[in-house]
Design a protein around this ligand. Structure first.
Ligand code: NAD
Length: 276
């Protein structure tokens, strides 16, 4: 099979560099173009040296129109508005679109779903690691089995992260809500401050910590009478997300247009098609 020609969007970012490194070391794929925002200081720089590798002869550009001819897929870890625009372009052009961007609003997600309906092949996940996909399934099971236990989700990320709770914390919240057959939107408690009163039974709480260079820590605590079950995941290196995104792009080549998640890619799909 021909090599998959991939554009990396957000090439100048933390995940952009990880995506370039993963791509260069992976058989069957080739770096077709590197994209960053207009005005970025990385424009014109070589994508390889930017990622701490040898020069690859691929300069970073700021226009999808320049990057697009001949491309098969785009791996996009940027910002919500960018991902929505790229999804619409993917629907128009047949480009495979892998979206790692988090912090999308319900309106952003609706626009991305509409692009998938309009013919785009999109794989979107708030966390592309294998461990997190398995953890989501475990959380769903535990939430169902421990039906009366209080569920609290705790996450910590580096100080530069701009959205909260993390996309991964929301994936875990969705998994817990599925296990309880409730809506996360109706049951989640995102903030506690001041005189909150006692905890409302059946809610799913979130706590967000930010600091240092933490790649991503998540714990789901099931607190019951006299015991606590804790399920957790620690990301030690961004390569786990980059490898999952790359695997998703290769997998999507054989799929019909639609909106998929990493759980679909890994064959773990139960009812997780709504996770993002
Ligand atoms: P970052 O700020 O380091 O990088 C974002 C990059 O996108 C920057 O280089 C920025 O200039 C670029 N960008 C902005 N507008 C653009 C445009 N119009 N076209 C092309 N590039 C553009 O952030 P990061 O830490 O790399 O994270 C990026 C996103 O990925 C965040 O939403 C983060 O939460 C998410 N993330 C997801 C996963 C996952 O597994 N899904 C893992 C880690 C991070």
């Amino acid at each position: 099979m021909a090599e998959l020609r991939v554009i990396i969007a957000g090439a100048g970012g933390r995940m952009g560099a990880a995506n370039i490194r993963a791509l260069v070391n992976h058989p069957g794929v080739v770096l077709h173009a590197a994209l960053d925002r207009p005005g970025s200081s990385v424009l014109g720089r070589d994508a390889g040296t930017l990622a701490g590798l040898e020069a690859l002869g691929v300069p970073v550009v700021d226009s999808l129109d320049t990057a697009l001819p001949g491309a098969d897929a785009i791996i996009d870890f940027t910002a919500p508005a960018v991902s929505v625009t790229l999804a619409q372009r993917a629907a128009d052009t047949g480009l495979i679109h892998v979206i790692g961007t988090t912090g999308c609003t319900p309106e952003d997600d609706a626009a991305i779903a509409a692009a998938a309906k309009a013919g785009a092949r999109i794989v979107k996940s708030g966390n592309f690691s294998l461990g997190m996909a398995v953890l989501s399934n475990l959380v769903e099971q535990a939430a169902a089995a421990l039906a009366d236990y209080d569920i609290e989700i705790v996450e910590m990320h580096h100080s530069r992260k701009v959205d909260a709770p993390s996309g991964s914390a929301l994936i875990l919240g969705e998994a817990a809500a599925r296990g309880r057959a409730v809506s996360l939107e109706e049951k989640s408690v995102r903030v506690r401050d001041g005189h909150t009163g006692p905890r409302e039974a059946g809610t799913i709480g979130f706590a967000t910590l930010r600091g240092g260079t933490v790649v991503g820590d998540h714990s789901v605590i099931f607190a019951g009478p006299g015991e606590r079950l804790e399920l957790g995941h620690r990301a030690e290196d961004r390569s786990i997300f980059a490898n999952g995104a790359l695997r998703s792009a290769l997998w999507a080549r054989d799929q019909a247009p639609g909106l998929y998640t990493i759980a679909d890619v890994l064959g773990l799909t139960q009812s997780s098609r709504t996770s993002s």
